[in-house]
Write a protein that binds this ligand. Sequence first.
Ligand SMILES: Nc1ncnc2c1ncn2[C@@H]1O[C@H](COP(=O)(O)OP(=O)(O)OP(=O)(O)O)[C@@H](O)[C@H]1O
Ligand SMILES: [Mg+2]
Length: 279
Amino acid sequence: MTSKVPQSSAGLQKQAVSGVKNIIAVGSGKGGVGKSTVTVNLAVALAKTGANVGLMDADVYGPNVPMMLGVTGRPQAVNNRIQPLSNHGVHVMSMGFLTTDDTPLIWRGPMLHSVITQFVRQVDWGDLDYLLVDLPPGTGDVQLTLTQTVPLMGAVVVSTPQDVALQDARKAILMFRQVRVEILGIVENMSYFVCPKCNARAEIFSHGGGEETARRYEVPFLGEVPLDISVRVGGDVGKPVVLSEPDSPVARAFGTIAGNVARRISTANLTNLNTMIIQ
Ligand SMILES: Nc1ncnc2c1ncn2[C@@H]1O[C@H](COP(=O)(O)OP(=O)(O)OP(=O)(O)O)[C@@H](O)[C@H]1O
Ligand SMILES: [Mg+2]
């Protein structure tokens, strides 16, 4: 098979990140489908189960994680290691902590490579069960750097159900496959909307395309998240909905997805262990 990826990750030495058990990328082909929202809510949902969780905001150009997790400040260096900031039980590193205003960054590939490598290697992540990585949209430099230099446990692909988003999600699935990163599953975000006034259900972006794509590409379907005002508000005020309205249907949806991700990871780790023992 000819690969459009400049260099396959296969055969490259990917050094483990000391103390970090599972690094999980959250991506999608398309922008604005809710990657950051899903990443932040998954991180908090996993932290609520007692796991040690980190979140690396790899969206260098548009870092939204600090606002969505309500964390501000400037990370300090101790013994040449950058100390991540924390909130809601999640350790966070983001370009948003290092830029002082809203001026857009204009960086080229090698600079992106350098900052992503530093975020992985120079940050004092400590002992983590999960390090979630919020990817920028697309299948570009950041995705390649990460998949080629970091031993990813797997990737979660987020999509909304409409065809144009699914078209890009399929590209993300194929990109992860080309660089041999396991797809932990697909999340269908903005899956449907229930009117808070009349309880009528509307499938604004269509419905079911995430599950259908999962079937077609033989990857797990992790669950669907409704379009809900509380999700957007949670992101804007820095208190994810899994904390602000933990018993709401949408928070429960995130909880189910977090459980599915954790289960997939345990199964994959067990399979890897068995393979090592057999070898
Ligand atoms: N299920 C949802 N219900 C309501 N609003 C949502 C939902 N998911 C995401 N949003 C809102 O949609 C907007 C885009 O979400 P988000 O920033 O997470 O997308 P993204 O895929 O990370 O975007 P980008 O590609 O720019 O990184 C945000 O304002 C977010 O609050
Ligand atoms: Mg984002």
